[in-house]
Design a protein around this ligand. Structure first.
Ligand code: GDP
Length: 440
């Protein structure tokens, strides 16, 4: 079920992880090469920082030697190996523990500004940028983030930018559209993921995959969670009040409407209730026989008239029967019709006027993707839909309709049909679907 949707999401998680880890690796390499090749001014600064005027004088005397050493950064590193700590304080100062010599740090600050005035513009810029980086470290400390120690601290703190993920999310949007996800739903998912990810700091390897998965889960959960009726509560209430719950089922032919009504009947029989079915599809040849056969199979009473009879009258009789027999649930079949057929739509409205069903449930075939969503939209406009049952989810790899339909008409999916047997129906819970398409 929904394998293709799952594949798309895991592909996106993989691509974003790959993109960002290669970016991060580059950032680390850049830092490394900077540290190797451009450390000379830093070394000079570092060296000067800890050098007393007396020593400077001494160095001046040996200036010839010093020039030689400046020419070789490596030699320079070795030479002042003992001073590494103060030199690296550009990187580490803000994350040092409070136990460290704060006086030295203060002195260093003063020396830094003094030195900046003595440095060439390029060198001064290098010092300033390091100061900024130190400030960033400080900021992240403020946020209470754990600081990995070491030279390349902020290289591993990549912040996700829009540029990092834009192309990948655009690809995902196209893939979702191809997978029959409604345009507005695909757009909402992309925007929500982008909003969640951009600006997030990556502290450890694996963070990006986890963040992306979380962002997708949130986006999809927001799409799927739609307020609506709780059938179980309503049936319970009907049992208490003695007034049956009346549900009218609508949808086009062949979607599995008759089978679904029988599955619902079976579901509530097993839950201890006594449903009755109204064979209000008096239009289609064989429809009455078909639903009667199902009713018999699941052991439920059916109220039927002749073919061509008034569907509203059949529904009325079924409600009267339920009231008389203390049955809690009336399930009204209606003629499967195209949402564009005005006469048949009017017939359905007549049922509504006569028996005032508590709920209208749209039955749609998951395999028809966007068509199911469009049908739901039209039925909602015509008769007002309260909930959705999607059939054939067991055979649906795409998952586009399941993801989109509830959001598009702002009504929840109540059940999924998951096979041809009467027991093949499951209550729909958004968190189940999220797990289904984004579970590990
Ligand atoms: P109706 O014309 O809308 O009443 O459709 P039917 O109830 O006659 O169902 C049409 C076909 O779809 C039948 O062969 C059913 O067995 C099949 N069907 C219905 N629901 C499901 C389902 O959830 N999964 C699968 N795989 N088939 C289903």
């Amino acid at each position: 079920m929904f394998e293709s949707l799952k594949k798309k999401f895991s592909g996106t998680i993989g691509k974003i992880s790959e993109q960002l880890s290669s970016e991060e690796e580059e950032a680390i390499k850049e830092k490394e090469s900077k540290a190797e090749t451009t450390s000379i001014p830093d070394l000079e600064v570092g060296k000067k920082e800890v050098t007393s005027p007396k020593t400077e004088k001494k160095e001046d005397k040996t200036s010839g030697k010093d020039e030689e050493k400046v020419a070789s950064g490596k030699e320079k590193v070795e030479e002042i190996d003992g001073e590494k700590k103060s030199r690296f304080s550009f990187f580490r100062r803000k994350s040092d523990t409070e136990d460290e010599d704060t006086e030295d740090a203060d002195k260093q600050d003063k020396d830094d500004s003094k030195l900046k005035t003595e440095l060439s513009p390029d060198e001064a810029a290098a010092v300033s940028s390091k100061d900024q980086e130190s400030d960033m470290d400080k900021e992240s400390e403020k946020e209470g983030e754990e600081e990995p120690s070491g030279l390349f601290t902020f290289a591993t703190h990549k912040t996700i930018s829009e540029k990092d993920i834009d192309d990948i999310l655009f690809e995902l949007e196209l893939a979702l559209l191809e997978g029959d996800v409604a345009m507005e739903v695909a757009e909402q998912i992309i925007n929500s993921v982008k909003e969640d990810l951009v600006g997030r700091k990556l502290k450890r390897r694996g963070d990006v995959a986890q963040f992306t998965r979380e962002a997708l889960k949130k986006a999809i959960s927001d799409i799927l969670v739609v307020d609506g009726p709780n059938l179980n509560e309503l049936v319970q209430q009907a049992k208490k009040t003695g007034e049956p719950l009346k549900i009218m089922f609508v949808g086009v032919n062949g979607t599995g409407k008759t089978t679904t009504i029988s599955k619902i009947a079976d579901h509530y029989v097993k839950a201890g209730y006594t449903p009755v079915i109204a064979a209000s599809d008096t239009f289609r040849a064989g429809a009455i026989e078909q639903i009667s056969h199902h009713a018999e199979n699941v052991g439920v009473k059916i109220i039927r008239h002749q073919k061509g009879a008034d569907p509203a009258a059949v529904a009325y009789d079924a409600v009267e029967h339920a009231r008389a027999q203390n049955k809690e649930l009336v399930l009204i079949d209606t003629a499967g019709r195209m949402q564009t057929n005005v006469n048949l739509m009017d017939e359905m409205k007549k049922i509504q006027r006569v028996v005032k069903p508590d709920l209208a449930i749209f039955v749609g075939d998951a395999l028809t993707g966007n068509d199911a969503v469009e049908q739901a939209r039209k039925f909602d406009e015509a008769v007002g839909v309260d909930g959705i049952i999607l059939t054939k989810a067991d055979a649906d790899a795409k998952g586009g309709a399941a993801l989109s339909i509830g959001h598009v008409i702002n009504k929840p999916i109540l059940f999924l049909g998951v096979g041809q047997g009467y027991g093949d129906i499951m209550e729909f819970h958004p968190e189940w679907m999220v797990e289904q398409v984004l579970g590990d």
